[in-house]
Design a protein around this ligand. Structure first.
Ligand SMILES: [Zn+2]
Length: 404
């Protein structure tokens, strides 16, 4: 068997050109060998031309491309000459359109087209890769954060948001029993998401009612507000008062894990839930605002690469309008019955205490609670609010940049 001689490999590496042009699949790419032993960096030529850093092509104060080149883009543009300055760590290119460009190695390194680099960028910096969990695994993935530490420490803030991004759930403890707790947490991230129910909202059984309200009925697993195209991304629930009755237990399921189970064991039903649009609705009034919200989308929503982007589920907020062909209806009910059964089987349960803030990914987890006795001496009072994922991911990247 052939064994590479390490000394010979090192000698060969030193002889390699620092930058060379390579024709692959009808496309010229520039291969830059930054230092011997390091993997090559790869760049398509036309992308390099598009991303020239000179004052004609790029505006540093806005970190953005200038549109000049695109007035009449020459897609046949080619590298005529290339060279590197190892001292200055710069790549120089002379283009067939007469333009000249230079690129710092450090800038190139962060934009390398090699598969390993792109994969790392997407899972480390773009969005931390989610890790799905079963009900039994909840004990291993759960993490707690202290409210005051989240307000005071950027490092703790970053860890909380990272936990939310990867596992979709985190518990914040030791928050004061005050109404502004969620606003202060949201302001640490960016700003609160407003909905038709306002900013913060109260969750409690209406007290003193002499009708059915002695027992606050169980709340089945659901996502909040599936009837919005722009659905709130992160739910925050602050427990102010908790019922002493045995009920009022929180239920949480990673619906991406449920979808994994269906994809693997029940592919036909999985496809039905991915492909059948469902009408979600909320019709009513809050204060002076009258609303009629509808959003039509499947229960399991995938992106172009087959990854989960969103789960929709809420029994009361599923419209009686179901605007699909007749023959799609029964298969949907059969698939949905399976989804609900699996979601219940995979639920983990715990009971928050006053001062806890439960935070979770509302695009991914379904949540609910068991029933509880609600009397004048046995009340349960939560305050809820939302954050958007755009704002959360943005804060995460800013925090990461600050520590790099
Ligand atoms: Zn330029």
């Amino acid at each position: 068997m052939f064994q590479a001689d390490p000394q010979l490999s090192r000698a060969l590496a030193r002889l390699q050109p620092k930058a060379k042009l390579d024709l692959q699949q009808d496309q010229l790419r520039l291969v830059l060998v930054e230092s011997p032993g390091q993997p090559d960096m790869q760049f398509p030529d036309i992308w390099l031309r598009d991303n020239c850093r000179c004052g004609e092509c790029y505006l540093p104060q806005t970190l953005s491309r200038l549109p000049q080149l695109w007035n009449n883009l020459d897609t046949s543009v080619r590298v005529q000459q290339q060279s590197v300055d190892v001292e200055q760590q710069l790549l120089y290119i002379q283009w067939s359109d007469g333009h000249a460009s230079q690129y710092p190695f450090a800038w190139l390194r962060e934009r390398d087209f090699a598969l390993a680099h792109r994969t790392r960028y997407l899972s480390d910096f773009y969005r931390p890769a989610p890790q799905h969990w079963s009900g039994l695994e909840f004990g291993h993935i759960r993490r707690e954060f202290q409210y005051q530490e989240l307000l005071a420490s950027d490092e703790q803030l970053q860890q909380w948001l990272h936990q939310l991004a990867v596992y979709g759930v985190a518990l914040v403890r030791q928050a004061p029993l005050e109404f502004d707790v969620l606003r202060r947490l949201c302001n640490r991230v960016g700003f609160m998401r407003r909905t038709t129910y306002g900013d913060e909202f109260s969750v409690r059984a209406q007290p003193g009612a002499s009708n059915y309200a002695y027992l606050a009925a169980p709340l089945p697993l659901h996502t909040d507000m599936p009837y919005f195209e722009y659905k709130p991304g992160v739910t925050l629930l602050h427990t102010l008062e908790q019922s002493d009755s045995p009920g009022g237990v929180n239920l949480l399921t990673d619906a991406y894990h449920v979808a994994d189970l269906m994809r693997e064991r029940h592919p036909a039903q999985f496809r039905v839930l991915c492909q059948t649009p469902v009408d979600w609705a909320d019709i009513g009034r809050d204060g002076d605002l009258e609303f009629h919200n509808i959003w039509r989308a499947p229960v399991i929503n995938l992106d172009a690469e087959g990854r989960y982007v969103r789960i929709n589920h809420s029994i009361p907020q599923r419209d009686s309008h179901f605007s699909v062909p007749l023959e799609q209806v029964r298969p949907w009910y059969e698939a949905m019955a399976l989804f609900v059964r699996l979601a219940n089987e995979q639920a983990c349960s715990f009971k928050t205490t006053p001062g806890d803030v439960l935070t979770f990914n509302n695009l991914r987890l379904v949540h609910g609670r068991t029933g509880y006795d609600d009397t004048d001496h046995n009340v349960r009072h939560l305050v809820g609010a939302f954050l958007d994922w755009d704002i959360v991911y943005s804060r995460l990247r800013v925090l990461r940049n600050a520590t790099r």
